[in-house]
Ligand binder design. Structure first.
Ligand code: IPM
Ligand code: MG
Length: 373
């Protein structure tokens, strides 16, 4: 029996291409693992009405970790239109599988390292090394939403919230409500994860991103909890910033940042910004980490127009595999893989199209694998 059972979830579009590339390097590292394919993605939405079928959920209950490619998502009406005829009009609604997976398995930490590998022509600045901790299960992603807004909800809001007066009397279909729900527990554990990381890896500073000056209830709670946690780490500089201002400052003075922690939606946005500073889509890797399971993925989407062309940069997925190796405790292999990526980037011979070259997806993987000897 292999040491690790790993769920292998390529999903849609270029997810398939980049996962094939990741497999090349994992095989070259001779990781003692069994890779078990899981069905996920748009074709299962169309044919079964579920992009994340129950059998795949079962699979994830029995693995050590998972690698995930990408999934195509479409707005509610467009999704409904693509269902097979027998499922149309049955009341199915599309929900993003990755968001469901994060909630179902309580993968509360979204870890997004943004490191500039020397010599990458896409680096905004050489030497950048930011690490983002994004809360991954609650906030505006809670999934508690109304459109149309039920009468009971409107009634309760008008009784309990003064500011609701401005919306009172609107027809249920003339507005919509999405609830931002942040808990003390959810805020505490993500901030603690960020500070624990900072302590473990000798990082100097943690910046807490929020908008507590306006979104006082939820972000107020997040910030209050963050300050409490921060006190337990006196050797680490506690920094806090409003999300809007922070996006300007991080471009102006990127070296003022180190570890960044944010509620779900701000983390989603800030992590794209930071990924762009170190190479963009081809370099953004991500870990969705819980206490029992972790799922690793590139942050780019399925890019349907490039599907099957083996054109996109696999480094994001290969770095996601590196994160998986570290999480499994295979840090020697993880470090070797990162060094191999860094060597290929520095050398500059293999360059995918996003980096201005013509190297194909699997050729890039081979170039990296060849450095693993
Ligand atoms: C991400 C993505 C997802 C998110 C989408 C695909 C649902 O943008 O992982 O950052 O919003 O979390
Ligand atoms: Mg995102």
């Amino acid at each position: 029996m292999a040491k690790y059972r790993i769920a292998w979830l390529p999903g849609d579009g270029v997810g398939v291409d980049v996962m094939e590339a990741a497999k090349i390097v994992l095989d070259r590292l001779a990781l003692d693992a069994e890779y078990i394919h899981g069905d996920i993605g748009w074709e299962f939405w169309r044919s079964e009405g579920d992009a994340f079928p129950a059998r795949t959920i079962e699979l994830l209950k029995n693995v050590d970790a998972a690698m995930f490619g990408a999934i195509t998502s479409k707005p509610v009406k467009a999704a409904e239109a693509e269902l097979v005829d027998s499922l149309k009009g049955t009341g199915l609604t599309y929900r993003s599988p990755i968001v469901r997976m994060r909630q179902l398995f309580d993968l509360y930490t979204c870890l997004r390292p943004c490191k500039a590998y020397p010599g990458n022509p896409l680096n905004y600045r050489e030497g950048l090394d930011l690490v983002i901790f994004r809360e991954n299960t609650e906030d505006l992603y809670a999934g508690v939403e109304y459109s149309p807004v039920p009468a009971e909800v409107a009634e309760t809001l008008s009784k309990t919230a003064k500011a609701f007066a401005a919306f009172k009397g609107l027809a249920p279909t003339d507005y919509a409500v999405s609830c931002k729900i942040n808990t003390r527990k959810g805020s505490e554990r993500i901030v603690r994860a960020a500070f624990d990381f900072a302590r473990k890896f000798g990082r100097k500073k943690v910046t807490v991103v929020h908008k507590a000056n306006v979104v006082r209830a939820t972000d107020g709670l997040f910030l209050e909890v963050a300050r409490e946690v921060g006190k337990q780490f006196p050797e680490i500089v506690f920094d806090e910033a409003n999300v809007d201002a922070m996006t300007m400052w991080v471009l102006k003075n990127p070296f003022n940042y180190d570890v960044i922690v944010a509620p779900n939606l701000y983390g989603d946005i800030v992590s794209d910004l930071c990924a762009q500073m170190v190479g963009g889509l081809g370099f953004g890797c991500s870990g969705n980490i819980g206490d029992k399971l972790a799922v690793f993925e590139p942050t780019h989407g399925s890019a349907p127009k490039y599907a099957g062309q083996y054109k996109v940069n696999p480094i994001a997925t290969i770095m996601a595999a590196k994160m998986m190796l570290d999480w499994l405790g295979e840090t020697e292999k993880g470090t070797r893989l990162e060094q191999a990526v860094a060597a290929v980037v520095a050398e500059g011979r293999a360059r995918t199209y996003d980096m201005g070259g013509t190297t194909k997806t699997l050729e890039m993987a081979e170039a990296i694998a060849s450095k693993l000897a």
